[in-house]
Design a protein around this ligand. Sequence first.
Ligand code: DLL
Length: 433
Amino acid sequence: MKYWNETFECMPRDQLREVQLVRLKQTVDRVYAQVPFYRKKFQELGVGPESIKSLDDIRRLPFTVKDDLRNNYPYGLLAEPLSQIARVHVSSGTTGKPVCDGYTHNDLSMWAECVARGLAGIGADAHSVIHDAYGYGLFTGGLGIHGGAERMGASIIPMSSGNTQRQIMLMQDFKATILTCTPSYAQYLGETMRDQGIDTSKMTLKAGVLGAEPWSENMRRNIESLLNIKAYDIYGMCEICGPGVAIECPEQDGMHFWEDFFYFEIIDPKTGENLPDGELGELVITTLAKEGMPLIRYRTRDLTRIIPEPCSCGRTHRRIERLQGRTDDMMVIRGVNVFPTQIESALLETGYVEPQYQLIVTREGSMDQLEIKVELKEDFDLNSITELEDLKAKIAHKVHSIIGIKSKITLVEPKSLERFEGKAKRVVDLREI
Ligand code: DLL
């Protein structure tokens, strides 16, 4: 099965844009009539449903930001009465009042369709056994993959996160063919299997559908070789619908976003101006078919670019490039913008270290300092202090060539840094600014 829904996945682009326009108008009508927050914002700008005559008119509408969701917590942005809301999810990693979303039955169905398209695209079918190790619960990962897997008729193992030993046992016993979890957890599962002498080439596992956090191309190669799988990137967020908003196809060259359900724009995060396809900026998403909590021009804070070229897989829906990070996890060190994924990529390129690292930023006087703690590869033999210093210098040089600033490299014992079952926490910023 190459496509789950060929009619929509391969729809000619002019038709797809017609579908988008019809749905955009419906969405604007819906929020104007049913969500006082939007009506007020639209009125302040002098726009309304009649303002939308073409897709470009979307630029006349106001942005929605995360604080709007927080200020209207928990149900203020719902466009349906609570009686129509089938499920509520919450975004991960937030402190204080969370960002949440309410989904109607139709929303859950649309979400399952997004995930089913993605799973079918990477080769899943009714014979697949999907080991779903994303957390189940308020986080959208576990239940999101679950809904899509059920929709497409695969066998699902609703494992959830945690208990690594049991994960490994059940993956083998139940003959899992697809693993779904965060990239950092896939890495950890792979390392643990390697340490236990498990020959992953004898396992049934073929693919991983990994996302929920930024990861580098080098990390992908590492996971692919550890687990003997093809690893695919999947993107999404609680406010839009969890995993499946965008996902890679077998080409592994960017994530298709489902344009019949979502309208993507890229803006300059500083000025809010729209950027043309191909340029890096902040992703802004408008939902086109959501009922429970439709969002207009939602600023995701995620940084990526839209790949304008068509994909050879045949899908007409455009792609976004692997995410670079979030505007809010970008570190500014000595005035230079640095993303953890850039450092990850540099570290792995050296070939000396494991993809297990921690970035510690401090300030001495007025000078920012970056320390990179990274685990040395287990089979690496160091015979003298000179060799150790030499190795650190080589790694620091590589990192410097990519991010343009000097760092202190601290090599730590294999397996000494904390491992994560969900999203990894790599940055410790100790600066008091
Ligand atoms: O992380 C939904 C998800 C679950 C996606 C499982 C993929 C797989 P939230 O907890 O609301 O939802 O966090 C959303 O995570 O804005 C991005 O910053 C980040 N993120 C999600 N997927 C990716 C990815 C889920 N593939 C936030 N690459 C988003 C990089 C990602 N960052």
